[in-house]
Design a protein around this ligand. Structure first.
Ligand SMILES: Cc1cc2nc3c(=O)[nH]c(=O)nc-3n(C[C@H](O)[C@H](O)[C@H](O)COP(=O)(O)OP(=O)(O)OC[C@H]3O[C@@H](n4cnc5c(N)ncnc54)[C@H](O)[C@@H]3O)c2cc1C
Length: 345
């Protein structure tokens, strides 16, 4: 049984943490927290993290792979993947996630289950402390592969028809809507870029924006105005997404005059934002204004002890194939940092 002194000092420590924002290092030194050592800690077992783990294993690095939810990350949200070369067409996201899991087992790579809740980067001591549910991992380096999440509209039918007409990625799913009618929701650069991308595939694209002006850069708007199969509907929000087995129509509300209308479409692309899972490194690494980690081409972040790979990193193309490549590059970058040389794998 825990003594009163132990409970009381724990409570005092907790109080200290609450009072002082910058007390994390003290928290990490809490003698009641288990401390484990490793060369590299890899956070996230999406395709980027798994790829990093495979390369770390093959290089003989001592590492820990940890995952908050399940191996595969966003793969588990994906209907099918037709643009990952070499895997044939129609592969399900779940199947690729299962294959990743199988690869980890075959290579004898365990996955530590839990959420990384904080980190302390100590460059002068050449160590990174990462906290995961009562354990502090003291590592010589860390690969952040925590991915990102698409912002949702939060309307009725969105979850039901996700993967059945509702998509968050034109590059991923646009192909399935050749000569069909689609809509894009959003008003920023991504929404306009997605609308233009889709205009080359679909019959008609309706861009729905809740304000009376788009936020996208001027040159993008001008370029979009040249496309004769894109129509912009201003001052409008999606209220409901409907269909039987797959998406058939959406209900729109005009926020200026409260008029409602239905739009018959085959596909709805939601482009209202992407949020990287990088809170644990906020203020500790260089990030762009949205929180994506900025790295060099070896995936090394602004700290020499941290590498970032996949969707949590600022990059031009958020796809499986790029995430997998970046995981491998990050791992070999970490190897080079630790061993002072590259190895051929
Ligand atoms: C619906 C949908 C369809 C898509 N279709 C395609 C497609 O057809 N083709 C294509 O190439 N790409 C597609 N994409 C994009 C592709 O899925 C991503 O680019 C890719 O999966 C990113 O991989 P990742 O490993 O960087 O991140 P993720 O897959 O997001 O993995 C990150 C992992 O880190 C874990 N994690 C996060 N924070 C923590 C923490 N604090 N502690 C521990 N673990 C943590 C998460 O649980 C997650 O498992 C699609 C995406 C979606 C959502």
């Amino acid at each position: 049984m825990m003594s009163f002194q132990v409970v009381s000092s724990r409570l005092k420590l907790r109080k200290l943490i609450t009072v002082h924002g910058n007390i994390t290092s003290l928290y990490l030194k809490n003698k009641y927290m288990e401390v484990k050592n490793t060369e590299i800690i890899i956070i996230g077992a999406g395709i980027a993290g798994v790829s990093a783990a495979v390369y770390a294993k093959r290089s003989g690095l001592d590492f820990v792979l940890c995952e908050e939810k399940a191996v595969g990350g966003q793969l588990l949200l994906m209907e099918k993947i037709d643009n990952y070369i070499g895997l044939g067409l129609g592969l399900k996201g779940w199947d690729l996630a299962n294959n990743l899991d199988k690869t980890l087992s075959e290579l004898g790579i365990p996955v530590v289950s839990g959420k990384i809740t904080d980190s302390v980067i100590n460059e002068s001591a050449s160590k990174v402390d990462v906290m995961i549910e009562g354990v502090t991992y003291e590592a010589k380096g860390c690969i952040v592969a925590t991915g990102a999440a698409f912002e949702k509209l939060g309307v009725k039918g969105e979850a039901e028809f996700s993967g059945k007409g509702v998509s968050y990625c034109a590059v991923c799913d646009g192909f399935f809507f050749r000569d069909k009618n689609v809509a894009v929701v959003g008003g920023g650069n991504t929404a306009v870029e997605e609308a233009m991308y889709l205009s080359g595939i679909a019959k008609k694209v309706t861009l729905i924006h809740r304000r009376d002006k788009l936020r996208a850069l001027d040159y993008l708007q001008k370029e979009m105005a040249q496309k004769d199969n894109i129509e912009v509907v201003y001052n409008s929000v999606v209220e409901e997404i409907n269909g039987s087995r797959i998406l058939e129509k959406i209900s729109l509300k005009n926020v200026a005059d409260n008029q409602r209308q239905e739009l018959i479409i085959d596909g709805l692309f939601v482009a209202v934002g992407v949020k990287p899972n990088t809170e644990q490194f906020k203020g500790k690494l260089s990030m762009d204004e949205k929180g994506f980690i900025i790295t060099n081409e070896e995936m090394q972040a602004s700290s020499k002890l941290i590498w970032a790979a996949g969707d949590c990193r600022r990059r031009p193309l958020r796809q499986l194939i790029t995430a997998a490549s970046e995981g491998a590059i990050a791992s070999m970058g970490a190897y080079k940092y630790l061993k002072g040389r590259y190895v051929s794998v």
